[in-house]
Ligand binder design. Structure first.
Ligand code: FAD
Length: 667
C-alpha cells in the first residue's frame, strides 16, 4: 500500500504557511501571461480562484453547467461564514478556530491545513467587505456575529439568511472584471466530461456544450476542479438539483485518489420529507439554532395525539416538553455539531416521539426567543409593564429582522406560520466532507490537477462545523491556490500553448462519445430518475445516519446490480448531439452509481464511528460515536481499478502534534 505524501511543510504549526509561501517557486508577471489555467466550477471556490488567478495575470477559462456563474449551488448558503476576528471579545482566536474545527471533525482532518484555514479566515472577511458584500452590522455600524454549532464563541459573519448569495455576487463581480479585461473566458452551460492527461500531467478537459450537444477540447497547463459536493448520490438532499460528482469522478478514473467518500453530513434542521413525489429537500439554516429550541413531547401519548392531529404543540405544557439537546448536552445545548444533533433527533423519533404523520420530525421552537427579545425591547422602550401581547409583537419583529427570509420560506413550503407554531424539522443530506484527495498545495494525485472547495476531501474531517464550507471554499480560492499553483506552473513557463490535436485528446474525446452512446442505448424501460431514486433509497437506508456491516455489504451488492440494470434498461430520450437534459442527468447518475458503491465500501472498511460516520457496532453506552484512533486515524484514499469493489485503499496517517486526541464531548 502506497504511503501518501501530504507535502506538509516542516516547522512549527503557526509558521508553516508563511514559511511555505516564502519557500515555493514563483512565476513572474511576464511569464504568467503565457500560462493557461482551466477552472471547472464557478461557485464560491471556483469564482474566487478564477478571479484571483486572472488578476495575477494567468489566462483563465472557467466552466459551469448553469447559465451563469451566479447560479452555482453556493448561492443557496444561508447562515454565514466563520472567521477568527474576535470582534465580540468573547475569547476567540486563530487557535480556537483551529481547535474547534479539528474537534468538530472528530480528529480526522489534517492539522496543518486546518491551521492555515483558521489563519486566512480573517482575510476573507476583509476581502469580501472590500468587494462590498453587505454583511450584517450592529447598531453602531460594526460587523455583527452569531454562533454556529460546536463552538462557544460568536464568530460567524452573515448577510441575513443569504450569505452565500452575497458572497457569490462579490466573487462574481471580481470575475466579471476579468472577463471584461479578457483574462477570463467564461464557458457557461458547459459540462466537463473528462480530464485529459498528457505524459501523466493534467493538460485539459473534454467538455460538452449543453446547448448544442457539441463535444469540445480545451487545453491548459493546469486544471482546477471546484465542482462542489456529491451529496445528491442520496437523491433527496439540500443540494441544488444539478449538483453531481462527474468532474471529480472523471478525474478519479484518470488516477486521482478519492478520499473518505463515506464522510457526508446529514444536517439536523431541514423541512421533513413529505412524500414520494419529492425531488428536493429544503434547509432551515443552522443559524436558527441560535434562538430556536429543539424539543419533542416527553410523553409518548402526546406525541401520538399530535401525529393524529388531536393535539397542537402549543397546547403542550412546558414541563411536558423534552428539550433533549439541552438535557443531553448542557454545555453546548441546541448548538451541538450537526452529526450529534441529527443522531439525537433520529434517536427520539425512532423511540416514537416524532411529531409529524411520518413520525420523522421534531420541533424547532422560537417562542421563548420571541418573548425574551420582546421583553428586552419593551424595557429599552421604557415599557416596563408591557403585556404579553405587546411583548410578543415586539419580539416577533426582532426575530423577523434576524431570520425573516427563512421564516417566509418555511411558511411558503409548509403553510404554517412559524412565529405562531414551532417549525417541524428532520435531518437531511447536506454536505460532502469526502472528495478528491489533495496535498497541502491542493493538488490531487494527478500532477497539475487541483481540487478546491467542497470538491476536495477538505479540512473538515468526519464532520463539518456550520459556516465553515464558505470559509474553506473562499480560503482555497482567494488565498491558498493562487500561491501554491505557481509552484507547479513555474515548470511550464517555456512549455507553450497546449496542443489539443494530440493522441491524448483524441482518446479522451472518443471515450466521452462512447459513454454518451452507451447511455443512449438502454432498452428504455425506466427513466433516469427511477434509478436515481432507487440508489437514493439504498444510500439513505443502508449508508445514512447510522450504518452496520451487514447492510453496507448489502448496499454494495445492490448498487452494483442497479448499475448493471441501469445501463441495460435506462430510457434516455432525444439525441446526444443536441440539447438533452435527460442525457445530462443520465451521465450524472451513471457516476453516482459508481461513487455510491465506493461510498459503501469505504464505510464498511472504517470499523469505528467518527463524526457523521456512525457505525452501530461502535458506540459508547450512551449512544455516542466511538472512535478507534489506534487503527483508523487516517484519511482513506481510494485508487480506481475498474469496478468500485476493486478499488485499492491508500492511507494518509494523521499526525496530531499540536492537539491532544480526546474523546469528543459536548456535554
Ligand atoms: C441550503 C444550503 C445552505 C448552506 N449554508 C451554508 C452556510 O451558511 N455556511 C457555509 O459555510 N456553508 C453553507 N452551505 C454549504 C456551502 O454552500 C457549499 O459547501 C459551498 O457553497 C460549495 O461551494 P463550491 O464552490 O465548492 O461548490 P458549488 O457552489 O457547488 O459550485 C460547483 C460549481 O461546479 C460546477 N460544476 C460541477 N460539475 C461540473 C462539471 N462536470 N462541468 C462543469 N461545471 C461543473 C457548477 O456549475 C458550479 O459552478 C450551505 C449549503 C446549502 C445547500
Amino acid at each position: 500500500m502506497a504511503v501518501l505524501d501530504s507535502k506538509v511543510p516542516k516547522g512549527p504549526l503557526a509558521e508553516k504557511w508563511s514559511k511555505h509561501k516564502n519557500d515555493i517557486r514563483l512565476v513572474n508577471p511576464a511569464n504568467k501571461r503565457n500560462i493557461d489555467v482551466i477552472v471547472v466550477g464557478t461557485g464560491l471556490a471556483g469564482a474566487s480562484a478564477s478571479a484571483t488567478l486572472a488578476e495575477l495575470g494567468y489566462n483563465v477559462k472557467t466552466f459551469c453547467y448553469q447559465d451563469s456563474p451566479r447560479r452555482a449551488h453556493s448561492i443557496a448558503a444561508q447562515g454565514g461564514v466563520n472567521a477568527a476576528k474576535n470582534y465580540q471579545g468573547d475569547g476567540d482566536s486563530v487557535y480556537r478556530l483551529f481547535y474547534d474545527t479539528i474537534k468538530g471533525g472528530d480528529y480526522r482532518s489534517r492539522e496543518a491545513n486546518v491551521h492555515r484555514l483558521a489563519e486566512v479566515s480573517t482575510n476573507i472577511i476583509d476581502q469580501c467587505v472590500a468587494q462590498g458584500v453587505p454583511f450584517a452590522r450592529e447598531y453602531g455600524g460594526l460587523l455583527d456575529n452569531r454562533s454556529f454549532g460546536g463552538v462557544q464563541v460568536s464568530r460567524t459573519f452573515y448577510a441575513k439568511g443569504q450569505t452565500g448569495q452575497q458572497l457569490l455576487l462579490g466573487a462574481y463581480s471580481a470575475m466579471n472584471r476579468q472577463i471584461q479585461r479578457g483574462k477570463i473566458k467564461s464557458y457557461t452551460r458547459h459540462e466537463m466530461m473528462d480530464l485529459v492527461l498528457v505524459d501523466g500531467k493534467a493538460r485539459g478537459i473534454i467538455a460538452r456544450n449543453l446547448v448544442t450537444g457539441e463535444i469540445e477540447r480545451h487545453g491548459a497547463h493546469a486544471v482546477v476542479l471546484a465542482t462542489g459536493g456529491y451529496g445528491n448520490v442520496f437523491f433527496l438532499s439540500t443540494y441544488c438539483m444539478g449538483a453531481n460528482v462527474m468532474a471529480a469522478w472523471r478525474a478519479h478514473r484518470r488516477g486521482a485518489l478519492f478520499a473518505n467518500p463515506c464522510f457526508t453530513q446529514i444536517h439536523p434542521t431541514c423541512i421533513p420529507v413529505s412524500g414520494d413525489h419529492q425531488s428536493k429537500l429544503t434547509l432551515m439554516s443552522e443559524s436558527l439554532r441560535n434562538d430556536g429550541r429543539i424539543w419533542v413531547p416527553k410523553k409518548l401519548e402526546d406525541a401520538q395525539a399530535i401525529r393524529e392531529g388531536k393535539l397542537k404543540p402549543t397546547q403542550i405544557a412546558e414541563e411536558d416538553r423534552d428539550y433533549y439537546l439541552e438535557r443531553r448536552y448542557p454545555a453546548f445545548g441546541n448548538l451541538v455539531p450537526r452529526d450529534v444533533a441529527s443522531r439525537a433527533a433520529k434517536e427520539r423519533c425512532d423511540a416514537g416521539y416524532g411529531v409529524n404523520k411520518t413520525g420523522e420530525a421534531v420541533y424547532l421552537d422560537f417562542d421563548s426567543a420571541i418573548m425574551r427579545y420582546g421583553r428586552e425591547k419593551a424595557n429599552t422602550m421604557g415599557l416596563k409593564d408591557a403585556d404579553d401581547k405587546t411583548v410578543r409583537e415586539l419580539g416577533e419583529k426582532i426575530v423577523e429582522a434576524k431570520y425573516g427570509n427563512l421564516f417566509q420560506m418555511y411558511e411558503k413550503i409548509v403553510d404554517e406560520n412559524p412565529y405562531k407554531t414551532p417549525m417541524k424539522i428532520y435531518p437531511a443530506v447536506h454536505y460532502a466532507m469526502g472528495g478528491l484527495w489533495v496535498d497541502y498545495n491542493l493538488m490531487t494525485t494527478i500532477p497539475g490537477c487541483y481540487a478546491a472547495g467542497e470538491a476536495n476531501f477538505s479540512d473538515h474531517g468526519a464532520n463539518r462545523l456550520g459556516a465553515s464550507a464558505l470559509m474553506q471554499g473562499l480560503a482555497d480560492g482567494y488565498f491558498v491556490l493562487p500561491y501554491t499553483i505557481g509552484d507547479y506552473l513555474a515548470e511550464d513557463i517555456q512549455t507553450g500553448a497546449i496542443d489539443t490535436n494530440s493522441a491524448a485528446f483524441d482518446e479522451a474525446e472518443k471515450a466521452v462519445k462512447e459513454k454518451l452512446e452507451r447511455l443512449m442505448k438502454g432498452s428504455g424501460h425506466h427513466s433516469v430518475d427511477y434509478y436515481h431514486k432507487k440508489l437514493g433509497k439504498i444510500m439513505w437506508n443502508k449508508c445514512g445516519m447510522s450504518r452496520n456491516a451487514k447492510e453496507l455489504q448489502e448496499a454494495i451488492e445492490e448498487i452494483a446490480a442497479l448499475r448493471k440494470d441501469f445501463y441495460e434498461n435506462v430510457r434516455v430520450t432525444g439525441s446526444a448531439d443536441s440539447k438533452n437534459q435527460e442525457l445530462e442527468k443520465a451521465g450524472r447518475v451513471a457516476d453516482f452509481l459508481e461513487l455510491g458503491e465506493l461510498f459503501a465500501l469505504d464505510a464498511l472498511k472504517r470499523n469505528e464511528s467518527c463524526g457523521g460516520h456512525f457505525r452501530e457496532e461502535y458506540q459508547t453506552e450512551d449512544g455516542e460515536a466511538l472512535r478507534d484512533d489506534e487503527n483508523f486515524r487516517y484519511v482513506a484514499a481510494w485508487e480506481y481499478k475498474g469496478e468500485p469493489k476493486d478499488a485499492v485503499l491508500h492511507k494518509e496517517e494523521l499526525e496530531y502534534e499540536n492537539i491532544e486526541l480526546k474523546t469528543r464531548s459536548y456535554k
